[in-house]
Write a protein that binds this ligand. Structure first.
Ligand code: CAA
Length: 699
């Protein structure tokens, strides 16, 4: 028989109410109903003088059950459960361990006393899911910590460490290290009984108010920081407007705003992003496959990418040996790593002592492949040239132990060809990091057909250890992300040729929610990189493909983007973030003239329609060809490596919200102008014809 998710026990005069709903004790309907029953039992149990609410398992309640969102709500509702706790005539103590988030923290705010276990983190992350704390968080937290601190906690969605929660008054006490929730709860409950403590309700004192100027300032900062998002400002409204009302009216106001947000497309997109990030690492072919050990990492090449990978591994506690071609390069590589670790110190991620320790104990730079003999996983990050890779992999094959995994960080070279250079193709895979590798969260795990399942599982385990979001990708030029990127960039070039300016495109794209537009991104990456890519592809290019020659003209003038102070934008002390460069429009106009094109105007809506249609169409191809396992894998890739606005969920989620039939019809129209570029992806056509969505392929 399955156990109920909430259990009531009494130990002399202390009632113990235990929630057990693995994995994270999320509050779904059964937990809410179970809590209601246990609260009734406590109220009726004359022998029980105090109740302790705590959780079994790895954490306190991590929030309301996200999987219920979007479905019709079913009673009892969380605000009522919490209201019932708060109204009890006997004291209730909540004991929190692990993470007390969202509805979990709100539950605790309804209790009369709160105890934290060491290592606890608390927070109200609802705004990051497109909603607001809808079970009293916006009404009770300001009463406990003040309006300023409450608005910071609610809008930032951050997780507060236990000590900060104690300092702010969210916690009454912190239990000693090693305490167990039930035992620590009993001790504090007994102490409360001994001192005759009764119920102490957070809702009783009046809510703090905030001045109009201060509020305007907070709203302006929030709007700038969470551009395009609605949840943060609505949460501020709930807290501030609620504070001007009696508590129960404030609760009703909060609920009304919560319900409105719950129905918003942003909520659906953000929940999709949350769940997709978890599903992306769940691949049926890896079920039950054990990863190999990867305690000792080797990195070949100490340039920007190699040192970033080394630093990411070191910060995750792994041992790293880096090799370079000679002693001097090895010394430089060591300096690169030391400097990057120094940046982590500056950002407060690492202490200076920890940096010194890492460099002395966990890291070494050498000049010989033999230094990699005992490494478990070796990642190559050298120049993108097949002959150089051949040399590296031949050496790795010779010097690395049997069972060691050989990974390439190539962005586009043929990984099966690299694997075939070794006598162990089953041990070779791609680990495509994004620069700077110690900061960017995306890791594409590129899997040739020959790669052994436990090698792939090790790639995912390694990504997890580094705190990356890992996505499985099949073999093709550009894998998932860069392949799609090339196409939506090309769509931009088509629009610019037809009359849009690069600045109009960038503006429309940033207004849509990307942090940068495609031309500003090219300036950042370097226009020389784009030039090399065009050169590389020249031989295999279909003559019908349009390639913007203005980019070559700019390159020939030495305009390589930010690093030269000039690209699509001019970067100088007057405009460090760039202003439209004087001659760019003239260079483009000359090319239009050559093609006999009379430029026409593009609205921001049309720019986005075409940009997104190109992105979705190529993404559908990527899924249809099995390069991405599911549409959600594309979404996670674009969210974490390409600045796709999270509150729009990713290209595939966005496409579903637009309707695939509508998108297909648009592409058919565009194909009238440029039939080669706008060929429909077979999967998009199929889904549209069957009236299905990309989401249908995620399950
Ligand atoms: N509801 C339902 N399922 C949840 C959940 C939630 N609130 N939080 C986590 N899970 C699930 C995950 O989907 C995952 O499931 P699968 O194994 O099936 O993929 C499982 O729990 C484990 O989660 P993680 O892989 O994320 O585990 P972790 O140890 O890395 O992180 C965590 C744990 C910090 C709690 C993290 O899961 C997290 O941040 N969860 C969301 C917390 C949150 O946003 N809470 C607010 C909810 S909204 C709310 O409470 C509204 C309200 O006001 C009433």
């Amino acid at each position: 028989m399955t156990q109920p998710p909430v259990r009531y026990n009494r130990d002399t005069d202390i009632a113990l109410i235990c929630i057990e709903n693995p994995p994270v004790n999320a509050i779904g309907q059964a937990v809410r109903a179970g809590l209601m029953d246990c609260l009734d039992r406590f109220a009726d149990d004359a022998a029980a003088r105090i109740a302790v609410i705590y959780c079994a398992g790895r954490t306190f309640v991590a929030g309301a059950d996200i999987k219920e969102f979007g479905k019709p709500p079913s009673a009892p509702f969380l605000p009522d459960v919490i209201g019932k706790i708060e109204a009890l005539e006997k004291p209730v103590l909540c004991v929190m361990h692990g993470t007390a988030l969202g509805g979990g923290l709100e539950l605790a705010l309804g209790a009369h006393y709160r105890l934290g276990l060491p290592g606890l983190r608390v927070g109200l992350p609802e705004t990051s899911l497109g909603i607001l704390p809808g079970a009293g968080g916006t009404q009770r937290l300001p009463r406990l910590v003040g309006m300023d601190a409450a608005l910071d906690i609610i809008t930032s969605a951050r997780h507060l460490p236990a000590q900060e929660a104690l300092d702010l008054g969210i916690l009454d006490e912190l239990a000693p290290v090693g305490a167990d929730p039930a035992a620590a709860g009993r001790v504090m409950a007994q102490a409360l009984l001994d001192r005759g403590a009764g119920p102490r309700r957070v809702c009783d004192p009046p809510a703090p108010r905030i001045g109009a100027d201060q509020l305007a300032d907070i709203r302006a900062r929030t709007q700038a920081r969470y551009k395009g998002q609605i949840a943060q400002l609505t949460a501020i409204d709930a807290a501030v407007e609620g504070a001007a009302m009696p508590f129960h009216d404030g609760m009703r106001h909060e609920r009304a705003l919560f319900t409105k947000l719950m129905q918003s497309p942003q909520r659906a997109a953000l929940i999709h992003a949350f769940l997709a990030e978890r599903k992306v690492v769940q691949l049926p072919e890896l079920a039950g496959v054990r990863a190999r050990d990867f305690g000792q990492i080797g990195v070949v090449g100490g340039g920007r990418m190699g040192s970033g990978i080394a630093v990411a591994s070191l910060l995750a506690g792994l041992d790293v040996t880096m090799i370079e071609r000679d002693a001097q390069s090895a010394m430089l590589a060591r300096e690169n790593v030391a400097q990057t670790l120094g940046e982590s110190v500056k950002r407060g991620k690492l202490t200076d002592e920890a940096r010194t320790h890492i460099l002395a104990q966990q890291f070494r730079a050498a000049e010989s492949y033999s230094a990699l003999a005992s490494c478990d996983l070796i990642i190559e990050a050298v120049f993108e040239d097949m002959d150089i890779k051949r040399d590296v992999f031949t050496q790795l094959d010779r010097h690395c132990k049997s069972g060691a995994i050989l990974a390439t960080n190539t962005s586009y070279l043929d990984i099966p060809q690299i694997a075939a250079m070794t006598a162990r193709p089953a041990d070779v895979l791609g680990l495509h990091f994004f620069s700077p590798a110690h900061i960017m969260r995306l890791l594409e795990i590129v899997v040739p057909e020959t790669t052994a399942p436990d090698v792939v599982a090790t790639g995912f385990a390694f990504g997890k250890k580094l705190g990356k979001v890992s996505v499985r990708a099949g073999v093709c030029d550009g894998f998932i992300g860069n392949r799609i990127l090339q196409v939506y960039r090309a769509a931009s070039d088509h629009m610019v040729l037809a009359g849009a300016s690069p600045y109009e495109v960038d503006r429309a794209v940033t207004e849509f929610g990307f942090p940068m537009g495609p031309y500003a991104v090219q300036d950042l990456a370097g226009l020389d990189i784009g030039f090399m890519t065009r050169q590389r592809k020249a031989a295999s290019r279909d003559p019908r493909e349009f390639v913007a020659r203005w980019a070559d003209v700019m390159h020939a003038r030495g305009w390589h983007g930010r690093k030269t102070g000039q690209g699509y934008y001019t970067y100088d002390t007057d405009s460090p973030k760039g202003r439209p460069a004087a001659d760019v429009e003239a260079i483009i106009a000359a090319e239009r003239l050559e093609h006999g094109i009379t430029p026409r105007a593009f609205s921001a809506d049309e720019i986005i329609a075409r940009y997104m249609a190109a992105m979705v169409n190529e993404a559908a191809r990527v899924v249809g060809e099995g390069i991405a396992a599911r549409p959600l894998d594309v979404d996670v890739t674009l969210l974490h490596g390409y600045g796709f606005p999270r509150w729009r969920g990713g290209a595939m989620h966005w496409a579903d919200t637009q309707g695939l039939r509508e998108l297909l019809a648009q592409i058919e129209t565009y194909a009238g102008e440029a039939p080669y570029f706008w060929q429909e992806a077979p999967l998009l056509r199929q889904l549209a014809q069957e009236n299905r969505s990309f989401a249908d392929l995620n399950t």
